[in-house]
Write a new protein. Sequence first.
Lengths: 246, 246
Amino acid sequence: MSGLSKNKIKWIRSLQLKKNRDDLGLFLVEGEKMVAEALRDFPEMVEEVYSTTDFTFPKFNKKVELITKIELSQISALKTPNKSLAILKKVNNKESVKSKGLILALDGVQDPGNMGTILRTADWFGIDTVVCSEDTADIYNPKVIQASMGSMLRMNVIYTSLENYLATCELPIFGALLEGENVYGRSLEKIGVLVMGNEGKGIRPNIKTYINTPIHIPGFGKAESLNVAVATGILLSEFKRREGQC
Amino acid sequence: MSGLSKNKIKWIRSLQLKKNRDDLGLFLVEGEKMVAEALRDFPEMVEEVYSTTDFTFPKFNKKVELITKIELSQISALKTPNKSLAILKKVNNKESVKSKGLILALDGVQDPGNMGTILRTADWFGIDTVVCSEDTADIYNPKVIQASMGSMLRMNVIYTSLENYLATCELPIFGALLEGENVYGRSLEKIGVLVMGNEGKGIRPNIKTYINTPIHIPGFGKAESLNVAVATGILLSEFKRREGQC
């Protein structure tokens, strides 16, 4: 048990802020399960591992640093830290969009919990590419990572000018809009872009312009709207159920 | 501007804890929009209103107490308090389940954000009754109320022994289970009970026993599971889309 220096604790904690993650090209992954997943599937991304229990991983050739529970709580961004924390290198995914299936586009989704849940849901439905407006919640935010249950590691998430991307996009562009067509009845192409908007404000007018197929989940009660992660799940489900059956 | 006494602040804050809400039969509703909705739709439930801006409501015959922003932050359970806070009387909904449509049943959903989102989603799809195991997150928890966007006020949410309820239930009982049948292909009755389980553990074995129609949302990617609120949304959507079209 070596003991973490104050400076080291401060440095690890600094990665809870986007600016520092951007500057250093690093981010935090927490929890026994997600750290094990990172070591198993993306060992080349893992820079450092801290854990309250000792373990080794065949593909990981660095040392797991044993720390105390108190030290873990000092470096963790979670209310209830869970055994391990790893520091990972960000991958450079500023490359162009090249998915062969449905692409998800997010226009200013703000809440980290929603963002993580959207990534987890998209991963469940086999979406490999998510294009985000620059002001969408950062995938390297600890709360996004936690809510994504590790799905963010597997996906190509690109932050760019959504307007520029859609302006040059030749695929059908679907958008979740209250004035859209009932999604249940209509056919949906397998390939295209599905745009989801901000929690309160929806899809911005400059982005709406590019939507050639507005769709809508019919409501049957008194709620004014659906949570954006739930709406994303329902719409992705609608796309996917047609693949096998229509 | 009268100024809130220390005791009053302490008393209002005490309603953030379930025990005190249960003892006093009161709960907090926060935010300008939700307080206005409560005053409009359920004026008989509203006991006290505190606000940083003055307003009157035709159906509400008590006085809105003007407070400062600092006082609001002292009584609020939210990180970013929003203008108004009201104290409401709980309604006694320990009565028997008497819905004429699909009923949602929750077996130990723990996270208040998930619980609130589930209620908002169920309200969207016209579900009026939710039967919860005793250990499901409290609908009067401030985080549940916030995530439900007021839907919890409109619904009949019953906390009871879920096992006893299902044992005497004569409706078809559906359950979200990994080993269930692909929901896309099969017909679904309009009337019945849909059981959703805990975030980590799913539906408990003693509850599983009563499920006569296990259903499943097919996965196409690598995520191990869906968030429970998203899964609830997708399944309720599957029930509802059949109503108009099958």
